[in-house]
Write a protein that binds this ligand. Structure first.
Ligand code: FES
Ligand code: FES
Length: 174
């Protein structure tokens, strides 16, 4: 059995020490050791984006990141987006725009989108599509997700079906 090594990292603002094997992925440690099961494993090989988290503010695929690489890093997972019971504007926008179906891709989508919005709070649709290009969704056809991210700073203004203040120009887009 491989010897475990102690690493210290900050996860969603909380400092924690955890014992990891050299070949443990960050995703395994987050889910299995820290109980943060919001981040999902789908492909396990960097192709789908469902395991996306932030490491020092940048979106990374936690299935491809060794836990050892996270030593001393600030990690943010989907569990860190809400403030207690209060969802972030981005999460509200996903609900408002119907951007969640089975939900398996949603944590990774949210983390990729959240990273975009930190750099660019009012992205256009092209910028949103580029930011989530590495996140696969098998359910929604992406249009509602793009709406949700593009309107995240106005989560209750929505798409043409949602209300009179909507800015979306893609009614009917799939
Ligand atoms: S599970 Fe990590 S990219 Fe698919
Ligand atoms: S909502 Fe099902 S994979 Fe995206």
């Amino acid at each position: 059995m491989m010897e475990k090594i102690k690493i210290t990292l900050k996860v969603n603002g909380n400092a924690c020490d955890v014992l990891v094997a050299p070949n443990d992925t960050l995703l395994e440690v987050l889910r299995d050791e820290l109980g943060l099961t919001g981040s999902k494993e789908s492909c396990g090989e960097g192709a789908c984006g469902s395991c996306t988290i932030h490491m020092d503010g940048k979106p990374v695929r936690s299935c491809l990141t060794l836990a050892l690489e996270a030593q001393g890093c600030e990690i943010k997972t989907v569990e860190g987006l809400a403030n207690g019971d209060q969802l972030s504007d981005l999460q509200e926008s996903f609900i408002h725009h119907g951007a969640v179906q089975c939900g398996f891709c949603t944590p990774g989508m949210l983390m990729s989108a959240d990273a975009l919005l930190k750099e660019n709070p009012n992205p256009d649709r092209k910028e949103v599509r580029k930011a989530i290009a590495g996140n696969i969704c098998r359910c929604t056809g992406y249009a509602k997700i793009v709406n949700a991210v593009a309107h995240a700073t106005h989560p209750h203004e929505g798409c043409p079906d949602c209300g009179p203040h909507c800015h979306s120009e893609n009614k009917g887009e799939k």
